[in-house]
Design a protein around this ligand. Structure first.
Ligand SMILES: Cc1ncc(COP(=O)(O)O)c(C=O)c1O
Length: 468
């Protein structure tokens, strides 16, 4: 990638990520006198006014999964009531422990805990990534304790979330990534070929983030069971929608504790569970694994100390909000929401099916994923972003997706998407040199060593966010 392309890309990022420039007061030191509370609230209202339209009006892929004003107001009240709470002091806030235990219980039963003789236990974590990191660390510790494995390996399809690689880096686990098949599902035979005496767990997703197609969890978990190793279902994205899809009669492959080989599941309350950001649930088959996850010390001058997850103090208010989301929405609420989302997805796939320049994947239940044999999908996505849409640009191979949420089930949103999408395809057809946004970076990642060339670009991007 030449320097001018990079400079253009950088300028584009700066425009989007640092739009407030000098128009608003900046703080790189504490103000001497505290700022007036009303002034702060006004400032935040102003930012909200600028930023909310895009997610409220359904221009985002995923990200805000519910977003109705009454629900948000309710969540905010729950947060406010519980804002001081911290479950590290359960004697002070036993209500938060009760909420957490019940979130785990409700989620476990959603994952068919009541259909297995085994005990299903879990904890609430801060998000999908923490759930995945904790699960992988637990498998590492279990394999070390039970089998003396010192050089642990996990096997994951290429489509499994980046957090598995993060877990590998953090905990000294080799993560073997196995290419998915032509249908974007995990390749069971290829994963089997990678199993060694150091393998501690296999991974599958229900569904993976990129293409939204559920892996063959039944075959993979059975493979793991036969080898006496763990199997983690990553249902961070799909866990709170696929069970309702199944109830509604959609074809959903079994991915939960009904499969005896599934030994852990991550499932995010802060996605289709409609809780505010900051909670996920990690479930295990058997309390032995949860014990391995707990951290405790008995010889610290601060006293006896035990925590269930990576954090010490935790925001009890977010646990309260997740609990309140679950019990206020209830089975019927989730079912109705899922129905609207699944019908909107099917409608969109149908409307876009006869655009010959692109191919829409038919399998994903709550995503519209498109590829093209003849056109540059990043140009289409870039045009869509000029129309306020923010789609997910995928690579290896190039594809783009829209993850459908309740925001897209509002009146007029799906029609607007189709209209803008058709004009995007037309525009790219007529302007083969149209800008293509992220493509140069993806081009780099696909052709050369990402560590030497792409990491500095990503580091620059992250540093930009931290610039005052
Ligand atoms: C399948 C899947 N797993 C894990 C994650 C990570 O979740 P989080 O961003 O909450 O850490 C995501 C996020 O989109 C996901 O889609």
């Amino acid at each position: 990638m030449d320097a001018s392309l990079l400079a253009n890309l950088a300028a584009g990022f700066e425009k989007v990520l640092k739009p407030y420039g000098e128009d608003f007061q900046k703080f790189d030191h504490l103000p001497l006198q505290g700022m007036d509370r009303e002034e702060i609230l006004e400032l935040m209202e102003e930012f909200k006014e600028i930023e909310a339209a895009q997610w409220q009006d359904g221009f985002l892929s995923g990200v805000v999964y519910h977003g109705d004003t009454a629900h948000i107001d309710f969540m905010n009240r729950v947060y406010a009531i519980n804002s001081q709470s911290n479950p590290i002091h359960p004697e002070v806030w036993p209500s938060i422990s009760k909420f957490e235990a019940e979130i785990v219980g409700m989620t476990a039963n959603l994952m068919s805990a009541d259909q297995t003789p085994d005990e299903i236990v879990g904890t609430v974590t801060s998000g999908g990534t923490e759930s995945i990191l904790l699960a992988m660390k637990t498998y590492r510790d279990r394999a070390k304790e039970n089998k003396g494995i010192a050089a642990p390996e996990i096997i994951a399809p290429t489509s499994a979330h980046a957090a598995f690689t993060k877990a590998g880096e953090a905990f000294g686990i080799k993560v073997i990534r196995v290419p998915v098949g032509a249908d974007f599902r995990a390749d069971v035979a290829a994963m089997q070929d990678e199993i060694t005496e150091n393998t501690i767990a296999l991974v599958g997703s229900a569904p993976p983030f990129p293409h939204g197609i559920v892996d063959p969890i039944d075959e993979l978990s059975e493979l793991a069971r036969q080898h006496g190793i763990g199997f983690h279902t990553d249902a961070c994205l799909g866990g709170f929608i696929l069970p309702w899809a199944e109830k509604l009669g959609y074809a959903v492959p079994v991915f939960d504790f009904r499969l005896p080989g599934v030994t852990s599941i991550s499932i995010d309350t802060h996605k289709y569970g409609y809780a505010p950001k900051g909670t996920s649930v990690l479930l295990y088959r058997g309390s032995d694994m949860r014990h391995l996850q707990y951290f405790s010390v008995s010889d610290w001058p601060g006293g006896l100390y035990i925590t269930p997850t990576f954090s010490g103090s935790r925001p009890g208010a977010l646990i309260a909000a997740a609990w309140a989301a679950l019990v206020s929405i209830g089975e019927q609420g989730y079912l109705q929401a899922a129905k609207r989302i699944l019908e909107t997805t099917a409608w969109l796939k149908n409307e876009l099916a006869d655009i010959k320049e692109i191919q829409i994947l038919q399998d994903p239940l709550f995503m519209v994923v498109f590829q093209s044999e003849t056109h540059n999908v990043y140009q289409i996505s870039e045009y869509m972003s000029q129309k306020s849409w923010s789609l997910n640009e995928l690579h290896l191979p190039p594809a783009v997706h829209l993850c459908i949420t309740q925001r897209h089930t509002q009146e007029g949103v799906r029609e607007r998407f189709v209209e803008d999408f058709k004009s995007a395809v037309e525009f790219v057809q007529e302007n083969p040199q149209a800008p293509s946004g992220i493509e140069p970076v993806y081009g780099l990642a696909a052709t050369i060593d990402t560590r030497t060339m792409v990491k500095p670009v990503l580091n620059w991007f992250m540093d930009l966010l931290y610039r005052v």
